[in-house]
Design a protein around this ligand. Structure first.
Ligand SMILES: C[S@@+](CC[C@H](N)C(=O)[O-])C[C@H]1O[C@@H](n2cnc3c(N)ncnc32)[C@H](O)[C@@H]1O
Length: 359
């Protein structure tokens, strides 16, 4: 039992296909909008490098220029329509097939993969009630939001829009860890378990623990774990405060968690990773491109995408020097950069030294 080959009903499938085709089929509009962007740079500054240093000023100059360009407005409208509606379209598609799936959904909620929740648990303010990705209610906005995100938004929408696919990329990143084998892995911000599964496939003998704030995504990760016969231990805990024992993991990972957190929480995540790792243990943290690695135009595109895509913490998070944060947390042999010459995903690897001073 697994959901990889989920069949939607004709109406839901058609709605999703229409959204994707509208985006993919608008290449002429996008090309024309891109020409307008190039003209804007030429007219406003003469070159990308000469655009304003200040990102808000840059955004405002480019937006004012492009506001009157019809192709740019159409492209913006399509993006806005997709961002605003994709979550609701996925929910509708799910609700049409829910009755047919219900027995399977219930059966997969118990098995070797366990989910622990805690009466004292409270999600932090920067996460609670935020409509991440402009999905109403955010990560927990529907009783089956984990399924909706993991199996419909990610598998049927994002995967086909993302160059190379989102699952292959997770397997590539999982394989970057330095050892061939780990005993205990902690995957922070595991959500519906996509990266957790890549870890389980890459390190089949490891015991894997996953944490997330979102109960609905964890419930789906549990189904995914059970569907594939894994024995994951899933916990509803904040990455920066897992309440797990000191020195118990030999690898701590996160995959596109950090851009959903404010800067202070990110520093706390590295400190928490250090605390729960055994001496000699490793981190493998991957996230979105650093703004310092992007030119001024790429920064503008990333920033706009984040703003329209419902990513309130992206800019502050992507502006952080994660190597420095890792070193400040006590890690050594810090190595950070894009994978295979690309700027995304940006991966930080480091080691907890064997000799650690007083904690
Ligand atoms: C983009 S998803 C992560 C994707 C996932 N790792 C994968 O491979 O698909 C971000 C997740 O981080 C979770 N999250 C955000 N802040 C968190 C925190 N402080 N602690 C744990 N999880 C957090 C969100 O609830 C969400 O499920």
């Amino acid at each position: 039992m697994a959901f990889e080959h989920l069949q939607l009903k004709q109406r839901g499938r058609a709605e999703i296909d229409f959204m994707l085709s509208t985006f993919l089929g608008s290449s002429t509009v996008r090309e024309s909008a891109e020409q307008a962007v190039q003209s804007a740079i030429e007219e406003l500054a003469g070159s990308i490098e000469a655009l304003p240093e200040n990102l808000d000023e840059r955004n405002s100059q480019l937006e004012s220029f492009l506001y009157n360009v019809r192709s740019f407005r159409v492209q913006q409208l399509l993006g806005e329509w997709y961002s605003r509606n994709h979550g609701a379209a996925a929910v509708r598609a799910f609700e049409e097939v829910q009755a047919k799936l219900q027995i399977e959904l219930d059966q997969l909620s118990s098995g070797k993969t366990t989910l622990e929740t805690f009466p004292d648990f409270q999600a932090p303010d920067y996460w609670r009630d935020v409509d991440f990705h402009r999905t109403e209610g955010g990560w927990d906005g529907h009783p089956y939001m984990g399924f909706v995100h993991g199996e419909i938004v990610h598998r049927k929408m994002v995967d086909s829009l993302f160059p190379g696919g989102i699952f292959k990329q997770r397997r590539q990143v999982a394989a970057l860890a330095k050892q061939d084998h780990y005993d205990n892995i902690l995957d922070m911000g595991c959500s519906t378990g996509h990266f957790t599964k890549a870890l389980a496939e890459t390190y089949p003998n490891a015991s894997i623990t996953g944490t997330d704030l979102s109960l609905k995504t964890l419930e789906h990760a549990q189904r995914v774990g059970n569907a594939h016969g894994y024995s994951w231990r899933l916990l509803q805990r904040a990455a920066e405060d897992t309440k797990l024992a000191h020195d118990c993991f030999d690898l701590v990972t996160s995959y596109i968690l950090l851009h959903e957190m404010p800067a202070s929480a990110i520093a706390a995540v590295f400190a928490e990773s250090f605390r729960v790792l055994k001496p000699g243990g490793e981190i493998l943290m991957s996230d979105v491109s650093r703004y310092t690695d992007l030119n001024k135009l790429e920064q503008w595109r990333a920033d706009r995408g984040a703003m329209y895509g419902g990513e309130p913490h992206w800019r502050a998070s992507a502006s952080l020097d994660l190597s420095k944060i890792a070193k400040d947390a006590g890690f050594i042999k810090v190595n950070a950069g894009g994978v295979q010459g690309a700027k995304y995903p940006y991966v930080v690897q480091a080691i907890k030294p064997h000799e650690v001073g007083n904690r």
